[in-house]
Write a protein that binds this ligand. Structure first.
Ligand SMILES: CC(C)(COP(=O)(O)OP(=O)(O)OC[C@H]1O[C@@H](n2cnc3c(N)ncnc32)[C@H](O)[C@@H]1OP(=O)(O)O)[C@@H](O)C(=O)NCCC(=O)NCCS
Length: 431
């Protein structure tokens, strides 16, 4: 039997996996290798790949940004990145690398393949000048070691529709039920308008919209999408400023309705559109409850209702993780909650060359951030800088766990005043 090597040290992208076996090559793929890549990725996610899955995935794969680990000719690890942009505090956006498809085959895990793919991927993101990398972590313990921190949180809400009386008259909106092809045409601009001012919101590419709206989807995905209903909200001028996609989970208790309206997406570019769409969901015949996951932790819904307590948050979990790769560029790009000057030392154990000390001169309208040799006010891990970057994770919370070194008394509280942001970061896009 081959023996396992604990924590093998990679040499120029080649990993010895078995003490008496071949090395593993980690490199970008070619067009011809896309089918093998997709098949390995699906297996790594405990699924199966067929021709259709490969063809659906193909257009989103840029071989130049797609890494695979090869054991001989077999793909045993996968990871890719795509260029996008994300809303950040101060109502701006920043270029990001969206990281996805991260898997290692069950036969090749815990031997350093992911570590080597992360190393090569971060090198490439740095070389492209993207100041942030972002991802959705399947499991929380995976990415902190690579400098990613949990920055966006998502809430799952449940509301008893029968007890959900609205506190105030619901704003007038014309609602219209539409099909998926219509959604493909109208939803992108509403989504784009909705993401202004909401840190964490990731731009959706044309390919993502095609997938969401069934233009390019596997039969299985299409069957799920076809179960959905879609409703648009128009203001008095006829402008569409919101949409909702939902499923109806029908259930009956004898002759009494016991159904659930499951909100798949509620996207509003104005508070009035949000109120009208929630009202529509909560007054649906045959439904006694509404469930919605992928909601922001500061959803306004409770404040629409006479009895706020009817909105039960059944779960809050981390969602998007942020990795800051260019500290001066990232910190000077966002807006801040106060005016202050802080010297921050970033301890970057995975990429020490990206860490070090910076002086942040910040205000609500803008900031400068430059390397410095001044004494630091506080020292924090790269992953914790990622966690606080979008304004939804208080540094004081991390400090309460003993994970921040405060050299200047009060520096953590000052950092909270600078970094925390309302509204809370939210990303309604799985990627
Ligand atoms: C997550 C995954 C990609 C890790 O790949 P891997 O090649 O086994 O990772 P590595 O060997 O490079 O692990 C590096 C370190 O992370 C730890 N680690 C990796 N995956 C972990 C997990 N799921 N939970 C806890 N720790 C994990 C390893 O123990 C190792 O720690 P050590 O250096 O202290 O020994 C792989 O387990 C996988 O494909 N899982 C299923 C799919 C998945 O969850 N993908 C992530 C999508 S976001």
């Amino acid at each position: 039997m081959p023996s396992r090597l604990p924590a093998p040290k990679p040499v120029s992208g080649r990993l010895p996996v078995w003490s008496n076996g071949p090395v593993i090559d980690v490199r970008t793929i070619t067009d011809e290798e896309i089918p093998a890549y997709v098949a390995a990725m699906r297996t790594g996610f405990a699924g199966h790949a067929d021709e259709e899955a490969i063809e659906v995935a193909r257009p989103s794969i840029d071989p130049d940004r797609t890494l695979a680990a090869f054991d001989g000719r077999q793909v045993v690890g996968t990871a890719r990145a795509f260029a996008s942009d994300m809303t950040i505090p101060g109502d701006r956006t920043i270029p990001v690398a969206g990281v996805t498809n991260v898997t290692v085959l069950p036969t090749h895990r815990r031997r350093g393949l992911l570590t080597e793919m992360m190393r090569q991927q971060l090198d490439d993101v740095v070389a492209r000048g993207e100041p942030l990398a972002v991802l959705i972590a399947a499991e929380a313990p995976i990415y902190g070691r690579f400098g990613y921190g949990a920055a966006v949180w998502r809430a799952t809400l449940r509301v008893d529709s029968r007890a959900a009386a609205f506190a105030h008259p619901v704003p007038a909106r014309t609602l219209e039920m539409v099909d998926l092809p219509t959604m493909r045409t109208v939803a992108p601009s509403v989504f784009e308008a909705s993401r202004a001012g909401r840190p964490g919101a990731l731009a959706r590419s044309e390919g993502m919209w095609d997938r969401r709206c069934g233009v390019r989807a596997a039969a299985e995905e299409l069957a799920e999408l076809r179960k959905r209903f879609h409703v648009l909200a128009r203001d008095d001028a006829g402008t569409i400023d919101g949409y909702m996609s939902y499923d109806h989970r029908g259930e009956w208790d004898g002759m009494r309705p016991n159904g659930t309206l499951v909100v798949r997406e509620l996207c509003a570019a104005s508070p009035d559109a949000a109120a009208a769409l929630w009202h529509h969901a909560l007054t649906m015949d045959w439904c006694v409850r509404v469930e919605a996951d992928d909601r922001p932790v500061d959803d306004g819904l409770p404040w629409l209702l006479r009895d706020q307590r009817q909105v039960v948050t059944t779960d809050v979990t981390d969602f998007v993780w942020v990795r800051v790769l260019d500290v001066p560029a990232a910190l000077s790009a966002r807006g801040y909650g106060s005016t202050d000057r802080l010297v921050i030392e970033v301890d970057d154990r995975f990429r020490p060359d990206l860490g070090g000390r910076v002086v942040l001169d910040a205000s609500p309208v803008g900031a400068t951030c430059e390397p410095t040799t001044e004494a630091p006010d506080l020292t924090l891990d790269a992953a914790h800088l990622g966690a606080i970057y979008l304004g939804g994770t208080p540094l004081s919370r991390i400090a309460a766990a003993g994970r921040v070194r405060e050299h200047t008394p009060g520096a953590v509280a000052r950092a909270d005043r600078l970094f925390l942001h309302s509204p809370a970061p939210w990303c309604s896009t799985w990627f």
